[in-house]
Write a protein that binds this ligand. Structure first.
Ligand SMILES: [Zn+2]
Length: 114
C-alpha cells in the first residue's frame, strides 16, 4: 500500500465511477512508480549481497534480473533473431535457429516506458 496514493484516494474521495479522473490517474501513476521502485530496489539488494567482499557472476545477475522482472524469456522461442539489438543475435549460430532458441528480452522496467 502506498501512503501518498491512499491519502489522495481518501482526500478526494475517488471511487471507481470516474476512471479518467485526474486524481485517479495520478494515484495509478504513483502506484506504478512505487511498484517499479520496489522491484528495482529488490534487484539492487540481490546484486549488492556480495558487497563489500565478492563479485556478482553472470548467472547470478541473470537470475536476479529475471526474479525482479528486468528480463523475460521469449515465448514462443524465436526462430529468427528478435532484432539487431537482441543478445540472441550474438550468441547463436545459424544452425540453431530452426528449432527455436532461448532468448531473454529486457523488459520496460529496465528499458523505460513501463
Ligand atoms: Zn532475441
Amino acid at each position: 500500500m502506498n501512503d501518498i496514493a491512499e491519502q489522495l484516494r481518501r482526500h478526494y474521495s475517488v471511487d471507481g465511477t470516474e476512471p479518467e479522473h485526474p486524481i485517479r490517474r495520478a494515484i495509478a501513476e504513483i502506484e506504478r512508480l512505487t511498484a517499479e521502485r520496489d522491484a528495482l530496489r529488490a534487484f539492487g539488494w540481490d546484486v549488492m549481497v556480495c558487497w563489500p567482499i565478492g563479485a556478482v557472476d553472470r548467472n547470478d545477475l541473470h537470475d536476479a534480473a529475471v526474479k525482479h522482472g528486468l528480463l523475460v524469456k521469449q515465448d514462443p522461442r524465436p526462430t529468427a533473431p528478435c532484432g539487431p539489438t537482441c543478445v540472441c543475435v550474438y550468441d547463436l549460430t545459424f544452425g540453431e535457429w530452426p528449432a527455436g532458441v532461448e532468448c531473454w528480452m529486457k523488459t520496460p522496467l529496465l528499458t523505460g516506458g513501463a
